[in-house]
Write a protein that binds this ligand. Structure first.
Ligand code: NAD
Length: 255
């Protein structure tokens, strides 16, 4: 059963990790997928992989912090492919410094992380608003366990604030857009093995152990673990679900 047939799905940060897996999963479910990433080469490679597997995919370079570019790419996609009915706001970065480091670094972390992880979600959503309204579309935002809590393992206050912000924005947009039939939900991944945390996994296995020991399912997640919830929230299976966050964290937040 192709759950996303006749949909056009745009996914930010789709050149790597979770976004790349979601793009492949959506294509397998029949959607035409549009992969957006600041890393144009990675997005193009991922799109080629999807086409080689028989899916419909194209890619565009996009830095989600550049508001005008978000609007330009949204217009371009509408012209080439048609109106986007599914938007996944997935692009994100993390850093692991507290507020007590060198001032310049602390300020740079704050500005970069909020610009990409939170303002980026606003920029891209705003750019696709007409298409999403016209199609009674669905928005899936990628939050985190840090949409609810800060972690004692090194992480930045900006990351926690950005992911709390993503959940707040999800709820606000769900409330406003419900009357237009647009559903807005989030996914809260736990620790997922992706290039985002490749360095820390290699250099600090103890940190990974702290996460896994705290996870009832007893393992780290894989990008594929986020695909099922992302298909659910984009498809008619979740027709009466909006303003929610689906935790895909192996149970991390339950203990
Ligand atoms: P990743 O580093 O593998 O992929 C992130 C992608 O975003 C990359 O392709 C990167 O080029 C792209 N990107 C970065 N800045 C961008 C920008 N300004 N504009 C457009 N694209 C940009 O990371 P991932 O682990 O797949 O993370 C995806 C999302 O999941 C992020 O929002 C992250 O915060 C969230 N998340 C990840 C984990 C985890 O453990 N990996 C846990 C919770 C939440």
């Amino acid at each position: 059963m192709a759950l996303l047939r006749n949909h056009i799905a745009a996914i930010t940060g789709a050149g790597s990790g979770i976004g790349r897996a979601i793009a492949s999963g959506y294509a397998r479910e029949g959607a035409r997928v549009v992969l957006l990433d600041i890393n144009a080469t990675a997005a193009a490679e991922a799109a080629r992989e999807i086409r080689d597997a028989g899916g419909k995919a194209e890619s565009f370079a996009l830095d989600v912090t550049r508001r005008d570019d978000c609007h330009a790419v949204a217009r371009q996609i509408a012209d080439i492919a048609g109106p986007v009915s599914i938007l996944v706001n997935n692009a994100g970065i993390t850093r692991r410094n507290g507020i007590s480091g060198a001032t310049e670094a602390v300020i740079k972390d704050w500005e970069d992380i909020i610009a990409i992880n939170l303002t980026g979600v606003f920029n891209v959503t705003h750019a696709f608003m007409d298409s999403l309204r016209a199609t009674r579309g669905r928005i899936v935002n990628i939050g985190s366990v840090q949409s609810f809590m800060h972690l004692r393992t090194p992480t930045s206050p900006a990351y926690t604030a950005s992911k709390h912000g993503v959940l707040g924005l999800t709820r606000a947009l769900a409330a406003e857009l419900g009357k237009d039939g647009v559903r807005v939900n989030a996914i809260g991944p736990g620790f997922i093995e992706t290039p985002l945390n490749e360095k820390v996994r290699a250099s600090d296995p103890g940190l990974v152990k702290i996460f896994v020991d705290h996870t009832p399912l007893g393992r780290a997640g894989k990008p594929e673990d986020i695909v099922g919830p992302a298909i659910f929230l984009a498809s008619d299976l979740s027709a009466f679900v909006t303003g929610s966050i689906v935790m895909a964290d192996g149970g991390y937040r339950t203990i």
